[in-house]
Design a protein around this ligand. Structure first.
Ligand code: PGA
Length: 250
């Protein structure tokens, strides 16, 4: 018997907005989402790191860290935020491998593997981001790049029940250009197939799509059989757009 994966819609607020506006936005999202939240779609928010402790203890929405340190525990690591520190703030989910971190903040394969190892050892739920650049897609390498990034995950994961994967083509992030539902589904099917050859749990792993998900394209994306949710950047800062996206996946 195969179990359908749980759908997830996760808001990635990135470095937005300021604290006052963030509290107001969280309040609006809570008011709209909490009354209609059901078992078919989980909703989570990844706000900027400094807001996490307050939000996770005061809100009933699930909070997600946007990144994690390569080091474990506590100690003389100026500026670092470990899995254990996050957990002490009731945060048990983390995004790892986002292309903005890979491209602008030195998150190479080795660092990403260390971060995955830290999060997994602490039993945090990981949202692992993968995706190809425009040049890689135009060179016909999109699938090879994505599957190589997936292999980095396969190398370190033993328990797949705490893994969510987000396919985010880099050329679609923040650009307004979404992958067509056909292209996104094709990549998700390839990912699912790859996972099937490496784990018994492939059908249960949520595969999210990210990259200019909006109210206007969410229904079409949600209709794709291997798309189990969305990682939403820009549109998650607008409560009405975000709620429409959640409804599409519910
Ligand atoms: P976007 O960002 O929705 O603004 O394209 C998605 C992401 O980076 O997770």
């Amino acid at each position: 018997m195969t179990t359908c994966p749980q759908n997830w819609v996760i808001a990635n607020w990135k470095l937005n907005p300021n604290y006052t506006l963030a509290m107001a936005l969280l309040h609006q999202v809570e008011q709209q989402i909490l009354p209609q939240q059901n078992q078919s779609c989980h909703v989570a928010i990844a706000p900027p790191m400094p807001y996490l402790a307050h939000f996770s203890t005061s809100s009933r929405l699930t909070m997600v860290a946007q990144d994690i340190s390569t080091v474990t525990g506590f100690g003389a690591y100026t500026g670092e935020v470990s899995a254990q520190l996050l957990q002490s703030c009731q945060v048990n989910m983390v995004i790892i491998g986002h292309s903005e971190r890979r491209e602008q903040f030195g998150d190479n394969t080795s660092k990403i593997r260390q971060k995955l190892t830290q999060a997994i050892a602490a039993k945090m739920t990981v949202i692992y981001c993968i995706g190809e650049s425009l040049a890689e897609r135009e060179a016909g390498q999109a699938q090879a790049v994505v599957l190589a990034q997936l292999q980095d995950l396969v190398d370190v994961v033993k328990n797949w029940s705490t893994i969510i994967i987000a396919y985010e083509p880099i050329w679609a992030i923040g650009t307004g250009k979404t992958a067509s539902p056909e292209d996104a589904q094709a990549m998700h099917a390839a990912m699912r197939h790859y996972l099937q050859t490496h784990t018994k749990y492939a059908t249960q792993i949520p595969l999210l799509y990210g990259g200019s998900v909006k109210a206007e394209n969410a229904v079409q994306l949600a209709a794709c059989p291997d798309i189990n949710g969305a990682l939403v950047g820009g549109a998650s800062l607008d409560v009405n757009s975000f709620v429409t996206i959640v409804q599409a996946f519910s």
